[in-house]
Design a protein around this ligand. Structure first.
Ligand code: ADP
Ligand code: MG
Length: 246
């Protein structure tokens, strides 16, 4: 397959924090519509890797192409790439002083130039999709963690991204709220959006991922379809990690 068939391409990507090498020459290709789960020990570089996809981290070596745009060719390219990429964080990151609806319409009005009415119509559509249209006029603090995370997902979708990135989206949630967020993500996955998700929810990985990537020490150590990955992990580091979490 040629590079043009890939929505995301990493070629020998290196990221350093000072003298510490966080990403050690990463090669990665992601096809349009592919659903990828990234797992690995804390500190292995998972967040850094997905933050590189929307230009939240600068890189010191290699190349990243997203949606046909070369991240490092021009200092404005990260901004262009970001318009194709939605991101959901562990800590929701909603604007506390804005209502749910305002959280969802702010960027579409400011960045995409939508009218307030258009942005609100889109927002209500996606709040429906995450099954909380009735919360539109509340403030984030009035919602449960699971509801807040679903707002964060709706807010990202309002920008009509081609790619959705999730960084441990259920790790900050009380256990009873994990399922409602995972169900929302499963529904998105079924819609065919390209998705990269850092998570240790292995049931989710088994049911929706096309590929599971295991990282350790800034490297992609192993990657495989979920059944193969979980049933016959090849690398000792993968085995040891799965032994700890399963
Ligand atoms: P993971 O998401 O797999 O837990 P991260 O990508 O967050 O890993 O971090 C990888 C490594 O980089 C860790 O050792 C972490 O301490 C280090 N690191 C992350 N962010 C910074 C930063 N802003 N400055 C210095 N070191 C960092
Ligand atoms: Mg992380």
């Amino acid at each position: 397959m040629t590079e043009t068939n890939h929505l995301i391409t990493f070629s020998q990507v290196e990221k350093w924090y000072g003298t510490f090498k966080v990403l050690n020459g990463i090669d990665l290709q992601v096809r349009k519509g592919e659903r990828i789960v990234i797992c690995g020990p804390s500190g292995s570089g998972k967040s850094t890797l997905i933050r590189c996809i929307n230009g939240l981290e600068s890189i010191q070596g290699g190349h990243i192409h997203v949606a046909g745009i070369d991240m490092t060719a021009n200092k404005h390219n990260a901004e262009k790439i970001r318009q194709h990429v939605g991101m959901v964080f562990q800590q929701f990151n909603l604007f506390p002083h804005l209502t749910v609806l305002q959280n969802c319409t702010l960027a579409p009005i400011k960045t995409l130039g939508l009218s307030k009415a258009e942005a609100e119509a889109t927002a209500m559509q996606f709040l429906g999709k995450v099954r909380i249209p009735d919360q539109a006029h509340k403030y984030p603090s009035q919602l449960s963690g699971g509801q807040q995370q679903r707002v964060a997902i709706a807010r990202a979708l309002c920008m009509k991204p081609e790619i959705m990135l999730f960084d441990e989206p259920t790790s900050a949630l009380d256990p009873e709220m994990v399922k409602e967020v995972l169900d929302t993500m499963i529904s998105l996955a079924n819609d065919g959006i390209t998705m990269l998700c850092v998570t240790h929810e292995m049931g989710f990985a088994r049911s929706v991922a096309d590929r599971v990537i295991f990282m350790a020490d800034g490297n992609i150590v192993e990657q495989a379809a979920p059944d193969l990955f979980f049933d016959s992990p090849q690398h000792p580091k993968t085995r040891s990690f799965l032994g700890q979490i399963l």
